[in-house]
Design a protein around this ligand. Structure first.
Ligand code: ATP
Ligand code: MG
Length: 578
């Protein structure tokens, strides 16, 4: 069960328990001073943020201790694995900033040797072919409180076992009719040691070995062997494998492998509002609840990337949350903050009006267009300045005007004066309304020419600053605003007979079709990231954008605390812009 410790505070980056373990091993001269880890995904789905943690951990250890890290596809289950996944996984690991060099492995590369070890186990009387079907097998296995019973096939001779194993391999027997099992201890208090299955018959084509095999090794059998064959020193996995460790050790110690890797477990990552299980993510894709594995609302690395996450932000997040042996759930705000911290430094600013409302500056000449100076990034002096066009007809956000504003609404309303960012003070003199709908269609203002650039020479203060674009020069584009994919903090917690799908947030995507953008944004490169002032950080969608028709994804709003504050004030009917 989760201990939902609040990990909101950013801990200092410190050595974690696996670092310490590796340091101790190095100090003791174990493994000849080598550090060799691996990241072993099963290619049955796209990688998610939990995998990012494992990648940063495994590749990070190798980097910190001058070691190596392999990428290994754990492809022992042909029925769920696909080449598409193999490719996406390589893309994602590289994008995160890690390189495996020559060390790309597939468990299937070792199938012949893994089979050889099985024959060896049989010859030493440590494995046997069992004819129990799945139901009988689980009955014979006993329970947590009752010991198991030996299989009637446990005493088969070595010769008979070798013959049956060979014929299993050749495909002579139907699926489910036989297995190869380790001969360990049917009374072991650890259920994993009650003669676990090493091979099952599976007549499925494999994406690499084709139809060469009719039997496939189990994870528990193949994993320690692959580790040993790749000379792994520290085999890091998540906590649910803790009570598989005795079996890991048994396989390693009973086969004549060339190395003695050790399994170390850590707590898997959970994040609020997210579901991190490939099986469940696959359902979201297959049942079309999202647009694909790379839907920007998905917790997949490809989804986060498309949304606008940087590799740096994901690595920072993984560093900050640390590595521990107790399970907890990280607040999604921590992930968002890692992105804000990164993009605040590097994303150029721009003005974009998502829900345009026309403003007419009555005393501004109709034939004049001015070029005003805007800073590209106040956090980065090197980012320089740019020109933005100003004219008589502008757009502002519909939300920035109220017909009958409360006293502490610091934006525009009849008789109110605000600063237009980088431009002038403007004062509202009136507005037009559609008599049929009651909707405000245009706001009338006057501007103060003495406030050019946004400062008043007479020291007159205004409380609000709002963004704008020149109507004549604005470019139109689609903007996609995202909310959490799930509407509850712990989406996997559901009532009796319910499914996690009930917790999907029906408002996770809002499409704004006709946002009015500062003109330069029309040429924004797919994948480029921007801060739209007051709206957040946006990334040009790499899939749906076309030349001259960018689509912007909101990666994250500006400030979580700011957003929360705003929500609260909204509720009170009072707002503040600055
Ligand atoms: P899922 O439960 O999402 O299907 P998995 O564990 O079956 O994940 P694998 O492809 O077997 O996925 O995982 C590859 C590696 O990533 C493993 O070492 C696994 O321990 C690690 N990993 C998977 N999910 C997480 C997570 N949420 N947090 C940390 N590490 C994870
Ligand atoms: Mg797995």
């Amino acid at each position: 069960m989760n201990d939902r410790s609040d990990t909101n505070a950013v801990p200092p980056v410190a050595l974690h328990f696996i670092d310490e373990r590796v340091q101790a091993d190095l100090a003791a001269g174990r493994y000849g001073g080598r550090v060799h880890t691996r990241f072993p995904p099963e290619p049955n789905g796209y990688l998610h943020i939990g995998h990012a943690k494992s990648i940063c951990l495994n590749f990070g250890l190798a980097q910190r201790f001058g070691g190596l890290c392999n990428l290994r596809f754990d492809d022992t289950n042909p029925t769920t694995e696909e080449v598409e996944y193999v490719e996406s996984i390589q893309r994602d690991v590289r994008w995160l900033g890690f390189e495996w060099g020559e060390r790309l492995y597939y468990a299937s590369d070792f199938f012949e040797r893994i089979y050889g070890f099985a024959e060896e186990l049989v010859r030493h009387g440590k494995a046997y072919v069992c004819d129990l079907g799945p139901d009988d097998m689980s009955r014979y296995r006993g329970s947590l409180t009752a010991p198991g019973t030996d299989s009637p096939y446990r005493a088969r001779s070595v010769a008979e076992n070798l013959d049956l194993l060979e014929r299993m391999r050749r495909g002579e027997f139907p699926e489910g009719s036989r297995t190869l099992r380790a001969k360990i201890d049917m009374a072991s208090p650890n259920m994993n040691l009650r003669d676990p299955v090493l091979y099952r018959i599976l007549k499925a084509a494999h994406h690499r070995t084709g139809t060469a095999w009719s039997i496939y090794p189990t994870y528990d059998y193949a994993h320690p062997l692959c580790d040993a064959l790749e000379s792994i020193t520290h085999s890091i996995c998540t906590l649910e494998f803790e009570n598989h460790r005795p079996l890991y050790d048994w396989v390693r110690d009973n086969c004549s492998v060339p190395a003695r890797p050790e399994q170390i477990e850590f707590a898997r990552l959970n994040v609020t509002y997210m579901v991190l299980s490939k099986r469940k993510l696959l359902r979201l894709v297959n049942e079309r609840r999202v647009l694909g594995w790379d839907d920007p609302r998905m917790p997949t690395i490809s989804g986060l990337r498309r949304r606008g996450y940087t590799a740096e932000a994901l690595r920072t997040f993984c560093e900050r949350i640390g590595v521990a042996r107790f399970t907890s759930t990280v607040d999604i705000v921590q992930l968002e903050n890692a992105l804000r911290d990164d993009l605040n430094k590097r994303a150029p600013r721009a003005m974009a009006v998502l829900r345009p409302l026309e403003v007419l500056i009555e005393n501004y000449p109709s034939d004049t267009v001015e070029e005003l100076t805007a800073r590209n990034n106040p956090e980065d002096p090197a980012a320089g300045e740019r020109k933005v066009k100003f004219s008589k007809r502008l757009f502002i956000e519909r939300d920035d005007f109220r017909e009958d504003p409360p006293k502490d609404f610091y934006r525009l309303g009849p008789g109110r004066e605000v600063r237009l960012r980088y431009a002038y003070y403007v004062k509202c003199t009136g507005f037009d309304k559609d008599p049929a709908t009651g909707e405000v269609t245009r706001v009338h203002c006057t501007y103060d020419p003495a406030t050019r650039g946004g400062d008043s020479p007479d020291g007159r203060k205004v409380k609000g600053t709002i963004h704008w674009v020149s109507a004549e020069h604005a470019q139109r584009a689609e903007v996609r605003l995202y909310d959490h994919l799930f509407g509850t903090e712990f989406p996997e917690e559901v009532g009796e007979g319910q499914d996690f799908m009930v917790n999907l947030n029906p408002k996770s995507l809002e499409v704004v079709r006709d946002a009015a953008l500062e003109a330069m944004l029309i040429d924004a490169e797919p994948g480029s990231r921007w801060q739209f002032e007051r709206h957040g950080y946006f990334c040009v969608d790499v899939v749906d954008s076309r030349p001259g028709a960018p689509v912007f994804n909101r990666a994250v709003s500006l400030k979580d605390s700011w957003a929360k504050l705003e929500k609260k004030q909204h509720a009170k009917g009072a707002e503040r812009t600055r």
